[in-house]
Design a protein around this ligand. Structure first.
Ligand code: AMP
Ligand code: MG
Length: 487
């Protein structure tokens, strides 16, 4: 028997009412001995869930997929996607959308179990996930949320009591992911490729209703859909760039319609500033390098526009023209978001034409001297430049003078300028060696205290507390960091 009343599940799966082409009804595959290892209490409460009830055996059973709460109708979503530029049929191969939770604020969010067993879209995969990568997604997604970057959230991780076979045998786990929705660019590509015009319209109407109700009834609402997604992705990717986040696998199936960051596989934060930075072991060509992310964002949105073409205009040529117009907006929107964010990082309130040159000059000096991205902005904020590789170099001295002169040309006080910088430059990011340390303690020793403390430090990145300082030091090792998809 389910105990929705106690746990607070308030489920309604609107996706299950969409055409059958869009998904396959699939239950999670039960696991041997579920154990809740981490629960996001604050997120649970905001969803209207009862933390105590979730911590019980029954609570863990839901996160493990061993019990289906009342009102859920689990399904695996179908989608396609361009992976490193090549189009493939994909779909949820190791995840099920349990249902949508209606929150106390009447918001509808997806509750998805990741690592919940095979589905009709699993192809050769085992449908499972290892503990390390699921905890990693938990840490990074929650860090992103705290940094103010739109993202899917992590509600809980359970270990399964089963092993998964990768290069070695690893403890299995399931992550409960919360998202505004799991609609992806790839969802539209899939329906455009294999569905009817009617089905494509249904999907677009669903996306409009769920994410952009303000334009749903407008004229050419499908063009508005494209425009809104372009806008959200431009804002999102600018935010990534401003904190040095590298997604690592910006395939079109990993780009949401809601504008949330999704799919924390090989992602990582950049230490030394270098646009060519790549962490992912499989990104040989650097397609998804830090400096390429805005270009790839635009490329992915062009694939979205292509999928929408039949809805934009009856005449194909005119549809293409309309789409191109919106896609070219992406570059402009991205750029203005990025420049605005950079101004804030430098404590600048008003706009001057030369600001961009000032910003670029700093970045070029940082690149030349291999300065740490996060710590340089923090050092500028707190005037602790002795901590950087830049102090004393003639280029930087000259730049610093220009910057100070520039700050003098605005009305706002030095104090408010400094406050703006404190709010725009995080004290810390999830440093790779800190994340690894937390994962190792959890996975190897079952000690979650290191991860809990890291999460606490990351939960308020703009606090600039004394305790956070030790989390901003650089790794001792100079070996380039490598990430893996964790599949
Ligand atoms: P991702 O790299 O996580 O975006 O995954 C790409 C595709 O591979 C998606 O369709 C996933 O569902 C699928 N996939 C990844 N890992 C597995 C696995 N272990 N078993 C089945 N499917 C998987
Ligand atoms: Mg994916």
């Amino acid at each position: 028997m389910t105990k929705s009343k106690e746990t607070g599940w308030n489920l309604d799966n609107s996706y299950a009412r969409l055409p059958g082409l869009f998904f396959s009804s699939t239950n999670p595959t039960p696991v041997r001995s579920p154990k809740l290892v981490i629960l996001n209490n604050k997120l649970a409460e905001s969803l209207g869930l009862n933390v105590q009830a979730l911590q019980s055996e029954d609570g863990a059973a839901v996160f493990a997929g061993n019990e289906i709460p009342e009102g859920a109708s689990p399904l695996a979503q179908a989608y396609g996607g361009h992976q490193f530029g090549h189009f493939n049929m994909l779909g949820d191969g190791r995840a099920v959308l349990l249902s949508e939770q209606i929150t106390p604020r009447d918001e509808r969010v997806d509750i998805q179990l990741k690592g919940s067993g095979r589905t009709p879209y699993s192809r050769g995969g085992d449908g499972r996930a290892a503990l390390g990568p699921m905890l990693r997604e938990y840490i990074i997604s929650e860090a992103m949320y705290a940094l103010g970057i739109p993202t899917t959230r992590s509600l809980a991780v359970v270990t399964t009591g089963e092993l998964v076979i990768r290069e070695t045998k690893l403890p299995g786990a399931i992550l409960t992911r919360v998202a505004a929705s799991h609609l992806r660019v790839g969802t539209f590509q899939y329906v455009a490729q294999w569905g009817t015009a009617r089905e494509l319209r249904i999907l677009a109407d669903y996306a409009l209703h769920r994410h952009f109700p303000e334009v749903e009834a407008g004229e050419n609402q499908y063009l508005s859909l494209l425009q809104e997604v372009v806008k959200r992705q431009a804002e999102l990717i600018a935010k990534w760039q401003l904190v040095g986040f590298i997604h690592g696998v910006m395939n079109t199936d990993n780009m949401t319609i809601s504008g949330e960051t999704i799919d924390y596989g090989p992602c990582a934060f950049m230490d030394t500033y270098d646009p060519a930075t790549v962490f992912s072991s499989i990104d040989i060509q650097g397609r998804y390098a830090y400096g390429n992310q805005p270009v790839i964002g635009g490329w992915n949105l062009a694939r979205f526009a292509e999928a929408l073409l039949p809805l934009l205009h009856d005449d194909e040529e005119q549809a293409v023209e309309l789409a191109q117009d919106k896609i070219s907006d992406f570059t402009k929107l991205y750029h203005s978001n990025w420049v605005a964010g950079m101004r804030a990082k430098l404590g600048i309130f008003n706009e001057e034409a030369e600001d961009e040159a000032l910003i670029k000059e700093l970045l070029s000096v940082m690149k030349k001297h291999r300065a740490d991205y996060t710590n340089t902005f923090r050092a500028l904020t707190f005037d602790t430049l002795e901590d950087t590789a830049l102090l004393g170099t003639p280029e930087f001295t000259e730049w610093h003078e220009r910057w100070q002169t520039r700050l003098g040309r605005q009305q706002e006080s030095k104090d408010s300028s400094n406050q703006l910088m404190r709010n725009s430059n995080p004290a810390l990011i999830p440093r790779n060696h800190r994340v690894e340390e937390a994962l190792e303690a959890a996975v190897e020793q079952g000690d979650y205290s290191v991860m809990e403390r890291l999460l606490e430090m990351l939960s308020n990145p703009y606090a600039h507390s004394a305790e956070q300082a030790e989390y901003s030091t650089l790794p001792a090792s100079t070996i380039p960091y490598r990430t893996f998809c964790g599949t």
